[in-house]
Design a protein around this ligand. Structure first.
Ligand SMILES: Cc1cc2nc3c(=O)[nH]c(=O)nc-3n(C[C@H](O)[C@H](O)[C@H](O)COP(=O)(O)O)c2cc1C
Length: 462
């Protein structure tokens, strides 16, 4: 059987994710309904009907405040604000589904590892092993100030912290509780055998954690590890820890380059490259006919907000208002390096399909970037998806949706059957936890994963 596409819905527990200004579109329901649990319950059922593998929840811990050195443009346009906690949606969405999984973004820069490990163990228990953690290091200056820092920790150090954070997490998940620690022995009045529950006594550069972990082992112990970040440091981190990587890049060629680089680095870390699945971004506007899809594209463009798009570009650490002062006909380049998200910055320079002028860069924000969205009838859309899948060598996509839930429903109704007909997409779910579904192996980490080195062994018991 040919390789099949793994598909996640790319979402956020927010009034608006990547659809700048589209809250004004008559069919957009999300800014009114994202705070209504029924909205998410309905979405979970819709996604399972479409055989989606997971819903991938992005998250931020601050307001975009780089553009115009102000929070106003992002707040005015509802750019990822208001935003609620994504993890809290998962149990409700899991309760109405059997197979859909949940990837939840949590930053290693701001949240303490002890509490985060318990959060994911809880979710893994409640979902029966259908949970993944998207590890990010974050990029918003406002987030730093929300967590007591004057300014952001530097880009590369954020990844150093993330490496140690992972070690702490693996110790809690893999080495603190032995299997069978809950003995429920009436004769000795023992529910949990204290000899089978261990402190981790982690003392490192950034964290000090005694333990033991508070949760008993969950179906996967360590949740499936996702990572998103495509800088040199980001790829090095991904190739060591991630089982799924969300790669940023505007062309199939650049995505292939990043995917191959991550797989090669994984081999250097002693890992089987097939144990790392690569995902890229996908955005689709589909209609029954080409004309209908083009009409939707035009309607969406009419309400598009250039200001919100510019504010979101602040994730790169660069202020688009500064680009507006440059000579418009000069080739575009940055004047200094960034401490923000390097994947984002690269989209306008080294990852761009051609050298851009300042004018071309600024034009990109004015409307929906036609190069980043597939518009067409079901056959045209499936052709384009198949091309991207084959040309980039990814294993799957995080599917963006501009008008929600309408665009997702249209995708499921019109595109999914076409992909299934071509053998590119599953007709039935595989059984088991997310890790079992993705890798057709056991629920727990494979032996070549660095977290497995911490798995409980008698000789490491203190
Ligand atoms: C495709 C993609 C999606 C991302 N999603 C998020 C997110 O939801 N929340 C977040 O804080 N960071 C997100 N990040 C960025 C990470 O925080 C990343 O660790 C940080 O920006 C550094 O990225 P870099 O390695 O490309 O420089 C994302 C990055 C990529 C490439």
């Amino acid at each position: 059987m040919s390789k099949q596409i793994i598909l996640n819905a790319f979402d956020m527990n927010s009034s608006m994710h990547n659809s700048h200004g589209l809250w004004k579109h008559a069919e957009s329901k999300r800014h009114k309904r994202y705070k209504d649990l029924d909205y998410w319950i309905d979405l979970a059922k819709t996604l399972e009907r479409g055989k989606f593998d997971a819903v991938f929840f992005a998250d931020v811990l601050g307001v975009y405040d780089v553009y115009q050195k102000s929070k106003e443009p992002s707040i005015r346009d509802g750019l990822q604000v208001p935003i609620n906690d994504p993890a809290l949606l998962v149990p409700a969405m899991a309760s109405v589904t059997e197979h859909l999984s949940f990837a939840v973004t949590v930053s290693t820069t701001y949240e303490a590892p002890f509490g985060n490990a318990r959060r994911f163990s809880t979710l893994d228990h409640l979902t029966k092993g259908r949970v993944a953690w998207n590890v990010v290091t974050s990029y918003l200056p406002n987030a730093a100030r929300n967590f007591g820092l004057d300014k952001m920790i530097r880009h590369d150090e954020r990844y150093d912290i993330a490496h140690e954070y992972m070690d702490v997490s693996y110790k809690l998940w893999e080495s603190s509780w032995e299997d069978g620690a809950v003995v429920e022995d009436h004769q000795t009045d023992t529910l949990v055998d204290p000899h089978k529950v261990h402190e981790i006594n982690h003392e490192g550069q950034y964290f000090s954690v005694e333990g033991p972990h508070l949760s008993e082992p969950s179906p996967q112990r360590t949740p499936v590890i996702y990572q998103a970040g495509t800088s040199e440091k980001g790829r090095e981190f991904a190739s060591k820890h991630a089982e799924c990587v969300f790669v940023g890049g505007p062309t199939p060629e650049r995505i292939r380059y990043y995917a191959e680089d991550i797989r090669e680095r994984a081999v250097k870390h002693g890992r089987n490259p097939d144990h790392v699945k690569i995902f890229s971004f996908l955005s689709v506007i589909v209609g029954e006919t080409t004309e209908e899809a083009e009409q939707k594209f035009e309607e969406y463009n009419k309400v598009w907000s250039a200001d919100a798009a510019k504010a979101q570009y602040g994730a790169s650490g660069y202020d688009v208002a500064e680009f507006e002062k440059m000579d418009l006909d000069e080739p575009f380049e940055y004047k200094k390096s960034t401490e923000g998200g390097q994947y984002k910055a690269a989209t306008l320079t080294k990852d761009a399909p051609k050298k851009l002028t300042v004018r071309e860069v600024l034009n990109r924000f004015e409307s929906i970037d036609r190069n980043s969205v597939i518009v067409g009838n079901p056959t045209e859309v499936a052709d384009a998806i198949q091309f991207q899948f084959e040309a980039s060598g990814v294993d799957g996509f995080n599917l963006n949706h501009l008008v929600t839930p309408g665009d997702l429903e249209a995708f499921i109704e019109l595109v999914v059957p076409e992909l299934q007909k071509r053998g590119l997409y599953k007709k039935e779910y595989a059984e088991g936890t997310l890790r079992e579904k993705l890798f057709d192996r056991e629920a727990r980490l494979p032996d070549d994963h660095p977290g497995k080195a911490y798995a409980f062994r008698k000789e490491v018991v203190r």
